[in-house]
Design a protein around this ligand. Structure first.
Ligand code: PXG
Length: 442
């Protein structure tokens, strides 16, 4: 082993993602097992998972049905290429997923992560226009503070500064819509703020005028803003966005990597908000994150354009060695059964108000300058200490962990995403820990 001598030096070889490596390796937090709502650490502590892993373990950890499905699949068909070959269960999962999306969102393309799903969706949009005889439509529009994974496409349309600024020129021809939330006015709103959505969307009309609609391929947004700290655009924003994009022949992509499969109390945000985009991305909850998986669902119109527009051969030059990996698919089919059998979406609706009240009861606690919620997703803003972004919210996160609760800090925010099968009594310890953290940090 190359690293042996210094304190915790055996941790050095692993370059950890999105982690302050130096700080972590000095004071590591290492999980050794998980069951239901809890992780167990190597030092024997039970941590209540108030972030569903990373917005993904929606049904709790090591669900026996999902574990069994993966084990069986591993012993029966460990791998099958998806290029020119299929396995039955991939078609089954595509049907189960398609049945849950509204309108003519009918055709599912499998990937292995949300980032791959986003880049797939962007490529689909560009290729669609080209096949459709509108090859001039190459511009993409994202949003300030948007998170669309870490591929070059995703960070180009994404709008979180640190995820972009180190990485060169990115994709050309990208614009960003304004962040659709104003903390001064909207702080402590329950659910969606009531602002006129055109306050934020008039800029889309200006971008369309500036570049001309015939140059714009797609707009991509998170229907619920996740990574930036759980924010909601105002009521009616997504409907208005649909109207404007449709009017100009611009494809609308919802990045549903977090919102698909129950987080809002519905199968996906498109259903929840009653707005049907042309493409949705998903990942995470699709198979409870037990094996890496993502997917893109596209409208019939889009799919038919590819299929009918190609005389022979491959219609979409895109795919991954592990697309529709049998273990991921097996986990997906099992997870989808559990969502149904345990009536998980309705359960989220039934506890959402309790969650909302519990979170908003923290108003007035030290350092908390905003509280937001929808379904079983919550966000807090923590006042900056000495003008240093994220310093106090990181302490807040560490303090929650000391109290046995796993949440997430990002910039000056704390996000809370309880496992979707949580009951009110499982949520109370989360509120207690948040309150203690607010009172115990400087
Ligand atoms: N789109 C959205 C909307 C996401 O939330 C991705 C794409 C990328 O998925 P992969 O599977 O490539 O990681 C995500 C991922 C956070 C946080 O702090 C959220 C994600 C990832 C890391 C941190 O909220 N979501």
């Amino acid at each position: 082993m190359k690293h042996t001598d210094a304190k915790n030096d055996h941790l050095a070889a692993y370059w950890m993602p999105f982690t302050p490596n130096r700080a972590f390796k000095d004071t590591p937090r290492i999980y050794k097992s998980a069951k239901g709502l809890y992780y167990e650490t190597t030092d024997g502590r039970q941590i209540l998972d108030a972030f569903s892993g990373l917005w993904c373990s929606n049904l709790g950890h090591c669900h026996p049905k999902i574990t069994e499905a993966i084990q069986k699949q591993a012993a029966n068909l460990d791998y099958s290429t998806a290029f020119n070959f299929g396995h039955e269960s991939a078609f089954d999962l595509a049907n189960v997923v398609a049945d849950q999306f509204p309108g003519d969102l009918d055709h599912v393309f499998f990937t292995n992560s949300g980032s791959e799903a986003v880049d797939t969706a962007l490529k689909m949009a560009l290729a669609y226009h080209r096949i459709n005889g509108e090859g001039t439509r190459t511009r993409l529009i994202g949003r300030v503070n948007g998170y669309h994974g870490v591929g070059f496409g995703g960070i180009s349309v994404g709008g979180m500064v640190n995820n972009r600024k180190f990485f060169g020129g990115l994709l050309g021809g990208v614009d960003h819509l304004p962040f659709p939330y104003n903390a001064e006015r909207d702080a402590f709103t329950r659910g969606e703020p009531g602002t006129d959505p055109m306050e934020y969307l008039k800029e889309l009309e200006q971008i369309i005028t500036l570049h001309d609609a015939t140059t714009i391929a797609a707009v991509i947004v998170e229907p619920m803003i996740g990574s930036a700290g759980m924010f909601l655009p105002p009521k009616g924003y997504l409907k208005k966005l649909r109207e404007i994009t449709e009017k100009h022949g611009i494809l609308l992509i919802f990045d549903e990597v977090i919102t698909a499969f129950g987080r809002l109390g519905d199968a996906n945000a498109a259903s929840y908000f009653g707005v049907t985009p042309d493409i949705c991305t998903m990942a995470k909850g699709i198979n409870n994150a037990a094996v890496p998986m993502g997917a893109v669902i596209a409208s019939k119109k889009l799919y038919d354009t590819f299929i009918d527009g190609t005389k022979a051969g491959i219609e979409f030059f895109h795919g991954y060695t592990y697309s529709a990996h049998p273990l991921a698919v097996a986990a997906g089919l099992a997870a989808q059964e559990v969502y149904k059998e345990e009536n998980v979406y309705a359960h989220v609706r039934s506890v959402a108000k309790y969650f909302e009240d519990g979170l908003h009861s923290l108003k007035g606690e030290p350092h908390i300058t905003d509280i937001r919620n929808i379904g079983l997703a919550g966000g807090l803003t923590i006042a900056q200490r000495d003008g240093v972004i994220g310093a106090r919210s990181y302490d807040f996160f560490l303090k929650c962990y000391e109290h046995g609760i796993g949440v997430r800090s990002n910039g000056d925010t704390i996000a809370i995403a309880p496992i979707l099968v949580s009951n009110p009594e499982d949520l109370d310890p989360i509120f207690d820990a948040l309150k203690k953290a607010a009172n115990e940090i400087d």
